[in-house]
Ligand binder design. Structure first.
Ligand SMILES: [Zn+2]
Ligand SMILES: [Zn+2]
Length: 212
């Protein structure tokens, strides 16, 4: 499996390019903002992007979707519970003082438990709301890796003070969907460094509280 993370835009969102090196098919998970480095890598690698997946519809994760879609021609997928957030991109842009990004057509509505295929890669869609109402994570069991964006960070968890956020729901998502994974599972976070489920289970102060 090919995997590269691109840290993009003013909020330093981690975008991922995941590919099957045999078929040269790839997925973009969160196109981020100002994705020219990601697009360059797609071009240089000769990747055929089969789908662009949103973990959630915060502006820093989706602002560059149209640029990536125009280059790749790939369809875009997200969870329907984040449609309200996606429709509020202009408001989100105003909060952080940037122009409203263009919206792309969503052609695939993700569902909990669904499997996304790309070459030999298999990604399981896990519904992990709390940071955003329709936040999903993508789990690659064979590669022991999860792309869980703004659910869990190294030493921290996603913020829940933005519209649609819910702290208890986030803790429930982490407990039910992430902490049930093997310790060695690598966690690709939406911001900052990657981590593992085991490291966070042992050391994350937000998860050590016995109430979760
Ligand atoms: Zn977010
Ligand atoms: Zn984010």
């Amino acid at each position: 499996m090919f995997h590269r993370v691109f840290t993009l835009g003013q909020l330093q969102c981690n975008a991922s390019l995941l590919g099957d090196e045999d078929t040269r098919e790839a997925l973009v998970i969160d196109p981020g903002e100002h994705p020219s480095a990601l697009i360059d890598a797609i071009r240089q690698g000769g990747w055929r992007v089969t789908e662009i997946l949103f973990t959630h519809a915060h502006i820093d994760h989706v602002a560059g979707a149209l640029e990536v879609q125009e280059f790749t021609g790939a369809p875009v997928a997200m969870h329907p519970a984040d449609l309200g957030l996606y429709e509020s991109l202009a408001e989100q842009a105003a909060w952080i003082g940037m122009p409203a990004p263009p919206r792309v057509e969503i052609s695939h509505w993700l569902e909990e438990g669904e499997e996304i295929r790309c070459g030999a890669l298999r990604l399981q869609v896990l519904f992990t709301p709390g940071h955003a109402p329709g936040h999903v994570s993508f789990y690659l069991a064979e590669q022991a890796m999860i792309l869980s964006a703004d659910v869990l960070f190294r030493g921290s968890i996603g913020r829940t003070d933005l519209p649609g956020g819910n702290h208890q729901q986030l803790l429930d998502s982490i407990r039910a969907q992430l902490l049930t994974l093997p310790d060695e599972t690598r966690v690709i976070a939406g911001h900052g460094p990657s981590t593992t489920i085991g490291l966070e289970r042992r050391t994350n102060p937000f998860l050590l509280d016995s109430s979760i």
